[in-house]
Structure formats: structure tokens, C-alpha cells
Design a protein around this ligand. Structure first.
Ligand code: FES
Length: 106
């Protein structure tokens, strides 16, 4: 059973936005898309770009450095199975956003 830590108040992350939070030994990007929350390690597998600063469109984020695109739900590249970003469980309880301290095993 993974441990979860509170990273933010839920109203601090409006729909269509993302923000990076320290979660244990990871820097985790949390995305809010139309009431759903997703969390990926905040490091693009290409050259480490901060995906929390990327462009969000539906359930896809585009890395702000060289435009690689990732599915927010799986962490996988949308163009093919070339690369992926570790993903974390995330949930909203009460007024808080909680993220697991370890990524989901692949
Ligand atoms: S660092 Fe993300 S696409 Fe290059």
C-alpha cells in the first residue's frame, strides 16, 4: 500500500493547470484536467524538461523544451512506445491533493 502525502489545497490547482511538488525523493508534476488529476515525474525522458511547464490539451502534455508529447494517464509517449515518464497515484480528499511517494510499478 503506497504512502500518500498532501501536496496542495485542491483549489490551488484550477482545471487546465499543472504544478510541480516535491514528493519524497521525487519532483512530481500534478495535472488537473476537467476534474481529473494526474501525476507524473517532473522530468521529461528526453533531456529532463519540466513537464509541469508544458502545454496541456485534453489528457496530453507537451514538453516545453522539444515538444515530445505524453499521455497523462499512462505517462507514455503518444507517438509510440519509445519513452515514458513514471506516474504516481494521485487523489483528492477533502480540500487536499495527495500524491503517492513512490511511482506506480511499470
Ligand atoms: S526535454 Fe522534453 S522533449 Fe526534450
Amino acid at each position: 500500500m503506497p504512502e500518500f502525502i498532501r501536496v496542495s489545497a485542491s483549489d490551488a490547482l484550477p482545471p487546465g493547470s499543472a504544478r510541480a511538488f516535491p514528493v519524497g525523493r521525487y519532483d512530481v508534476a500534478v495535472f488537473h484536467v476537467d476534474g481529473e488529476y494526474f501525476a507524473l515525474e517532473n522530468a521529461c525522458p528526453h533531456q529532463g524538461g519540466p513537464i509541469a511547464d508544458g502545454w496541456i490539451e485534453e489528457r496530453t502534455v507537451t514538453c516545453p523544451w522539444h515538444a515530445w508529447c505524453f499521455d497523462l494517464q499512462t505517462g507514455k509517449m503518444t507517438l509510440g512506445d519509445f519513452a515514458w515518464i513514471p506516474r504516481f497515484e494521485v487523489r483528492v480528499e477533502g480540500d487536499g491533493i495527495y500524491v503517492a511517494t513512490e511511482p506506480v510499478p511499470q
